[in-house]
Design a protein around this ligand. Structure first.
Ligand SMILES: [Mn+2]
Length: 324
């Protein structure tokens, strides 16, 4: 049903040659990073491998329900193991690490679904067709001779659900759904995943969402929608800049909007998030103001006053819509 990945056996064989390993993942981790790291750790531990899980930023609040999440350390141990594994990242630098920090390492392994520009340091299980790194950890399990326990299944199902937007993004493939079915059959706790990741938000973040939506505006023709969060809104909601996460996605769903923007004021700077439904290249637009990003999602940081930033960017969006 699911084709075994040709590199899985080689990677598994390399991993099992060492009695101890360190698994690291990228900074600001989410469900695919943490879920893949923990699942791989649990699988290796079935063989008695001693595993240390490392992330510079630790496990985000909404991932702390994952089995053994409390084992993740935010500082490297004094005694480093001979085998270093990076998951859900194309190189150690994404984890704020460098190969030079591991002078005695005998093996570097990578399990990932991102495009890389540099050659790998050792055996790698990489497929950019995988919707989540969790799919690749799943592919490793038979070669590792690991049992798919309910704990591993919950970690991997989290990885898949987060990176596919609960199986709604275009990266979702038939393989993704076959794997998800096997994880469900193995006891993945989907209600716990949904409750923790999508069913719960900090009070301050919700209040900030409310402030943004009650100030939602759109252009006369409806093709541009935007929201503004002023310093006073953050104070009133007792919110932090991190609490703006996800708000642009609410602005984006405004019917008829081809460009969505969120302006947020924080400590003397203005952050602008831009989203495009497809006609306007918001990355090109952002670059004119020193920002950048992708065609459909970009960002700009301004040093000047909020109202100037709003006026300048909205004028540029208007021009881009007239010429597109
Ligand atoms: Mn990922």
């Amino acid at each position: 049903m699911i084709n075994p990945h040709p590199d899985a056996a080689a990677v598994a064989e390399a991993l099992l040659r060492f009695p101890a390993c360190l698994i690291a993942t990228h900074v600001n981790p989410e469900g695919d990073a943490i879920g893949s790291m923990l699942a791989l750790a649990l699988a290796l531990e079935e063989h008695g491998v001693q595993v240390t899980c490392y992330d510079r930023d630790g496990v985000p609040e909404n991932n702390r329900f994952l089995p053994t999440a409390d084992r993740v350390v935010t500082a490297l141990p004094a005694a480093l193991p001979p085998c270093i594994v990076i998951v859900d990242a194309d190189r150690l630098e994404r984890a704020d690490l460098t190969p030079e920090q591991f002078p005695d390492a005998q093996l570097f392994v990578r399990v990932d679904h991102h495009v890389s520009r540099e050659p790998d340091l050792g055996p790698a299980l990489v497929s950019t067709r995988a919707a989540a790194t969790g799919e690749l950890v799943f592919a490793l399990l038979p070669s590792l001779g690991a049992t798919l326990t309910p704990e591993i299944a919950t970690c991997l199902q989290t990885a898949l659900m987060v990176d596919t937007g609960r199986f709604s993004y275009t990266n979702t493939t038939p393989d993704t759904l076959h794997i998800a079915a096997e994880l469900l059959a193995a006891g993945a706790d989907v209600p716990a995943i949904v409750d923790n990741i999508w069913g719960s938000m900090p009070y301050a973040a919700l209040r900030l969402q409310g402030a943004a939506l009650s100030a939602l505006q759109h252009s006369a023709d409806g093709r541009v929608a935007w929201a503004v969060l002023r310093h006073a809104d953050f104070l009133a909601a007792e919110a932090t800049p991190e609490d703006t996460e996800g708000i642009i996605d609410l602005v984006r769903v405004t019917r008829g909007a081809e460009v969505a923007l969120l302006f947020s004021e924080k400590r003397g700077t203005v952050r602008v998030s831009l989203r495009s439904a497809g006609h306007v290249d918001v990355a090109a637009l952002a670059r004119r103001f020193g920002g950048g990003g992708h065609v459909k999602a970009a960002g700009i940081t301004f040093d000047g006053p909020l109202d100037y930033a709003i006026a300048d960017v909205l004028r540029a969006v208007d021009e881009a819509l007239t010429t597109s």
